[in-house]
Design a binder for this molecule. Sequence first.
Ligand code: SF4
Length: 186
Amino acid sequence: MKIALHTCCAPCLAGTVDVFQERGDVIPFFYNPNIHPLIEFRKRLKAFEVYAEREALDIELDREYGLVRFLEQVGPTGSGRCPACYRERLGRTARLAAEREADAFSTTMAASSHQDHDAIRAAGEQAAAESGIAFLYEDLRGRAEHGRETARKLSLYRQQYCGCIFSEYERYKDTRVEVYRGRLRG
Ligand code: SF4
């Protein structure tokens, strides 16, 4: 079986890729127009490339920074944004799976306890119906710590928020001292 694996970040890939490799050949695909701002996007993309090279993975990626595309999909307020975010990323992954003649597609987002798994599953099944490629869903939340530990060992970049500018705001809106301390040390 060949599986196109939407990859949200290097730590989640490190925590889950072996689960999919047990089923067949895996093509990790970095497609995340939801990651903002630009420097954060580049950090996560770089971590993906570093890990993929180390593990000699057959990868696909999209280097384009997708801020405008993302905002067009979720609207200016970001309310109820996550299902649209999942649909975009999994829809594109399903199309990539068809191009690469894969049998199925899945996502490393299934390792995160911060994500809405019902919405991920719904988005994956919609993309499967549109593409004719099967969506593999598995609850991989138990693999998240393994991914974080691997990322720590390899000094891979580990993000502090989900990805979009709205999630960055929610992560830091109540933060004061910590942000300024970090800047002073830098
Ligand atoms: S919070 Fe995360 S999943 Fe939801 S829209 Fe933002 S980046 Fe996408």
